[in-house]
Design a binder for this molecule. Structure first.
Ligand SMILES: Cc1cc2nc3c(=O)[nH]c(=O)nc-3n(C[C@H](O)[C@H](O)[C@H](O)COP(=O)(O)O)c2cc1C
Length: 157
């Protein structure tokens, strides 16, 4: 079974990246970073400002920021983990762009997220199912303190 772990990270602290690396290592998966064509600056990520790029993008649920590349080896994968930092209680818009950019039919999609405290919720899974036409499994938010044993137990789909 071929596993792809695709993730987006933006804060500079790499919270989601660290988790994605652990999941790739535990599942024997290939790691792929989802990168926006235009990287997010610190000012872009300011959620306290309505006019910041992230606030503007997240206010429009149909927003699809451009990807830096279309090189994710999705075609080779049976299972695709998609990881992201929770933004405004859901998935960053770039995740929707990623979901729309590839053919996921016949594959399993598993969502994971990091956040300050919010849970992963159900909105992201519903939207990704609508975009890809594929059922989403196992959507879960993890704290950085999650153990390898907990991650392994979750990854048993
Ligand atoms: C624009 C923006 C919106 C965010 N919205 C939420 C939120 O709704 N709930 C939450 O708990 N954390 C929120 N966060 C915090 C991030 O989810 C958290 O810091 C994440 O672990 C960062 O991961 P990264 O280092 O991979 O970017 C937000 C962060 C940003 C930049």
């Amino acid at each position: 079974m071929s596993v792809l772990v695709a993730y987006f990270t933006a804060s500079g602290a790499g919270v989601t990246e660290k988790l994605a690396k652990r999941i790739a290592s535990l599942t024997g998966g290939t790691l792929y970073q989802i990168k926006p064509e235009t990287p997010y600056t610190k000012a872009d990520l300011d959620w306290t400002t309505k006019a910041s790029r992230s606030s503007v993008e997240m206010a429009d649920k149909d927003c699809r920021p451009a990807l830096a590349d279309n090189d994710a080896p999705v075609a080779d994968a049976d299972v695709v983990y998609i990881g992201y930092p929770v933004w405004w209680y859901r998935e960053p818009s770039i995740i929707d762009t990623f979901a729309a950019a590839y053919d996921f039919s016949g594959k399993k999609i598993v969502l994971f997220a990091t956040s300050g405290s919010s849970d992963i919720g159900t909105e992201a899974g519903e939207r990704i199912e609508a975009i890809t036409g594929v059922k989403v499994s196992g959507a879960k938010r993890f704290a950085a303190s999650v153990s390898d044993e907990q991650l392994k137990a979750w990854a048993q789909f």
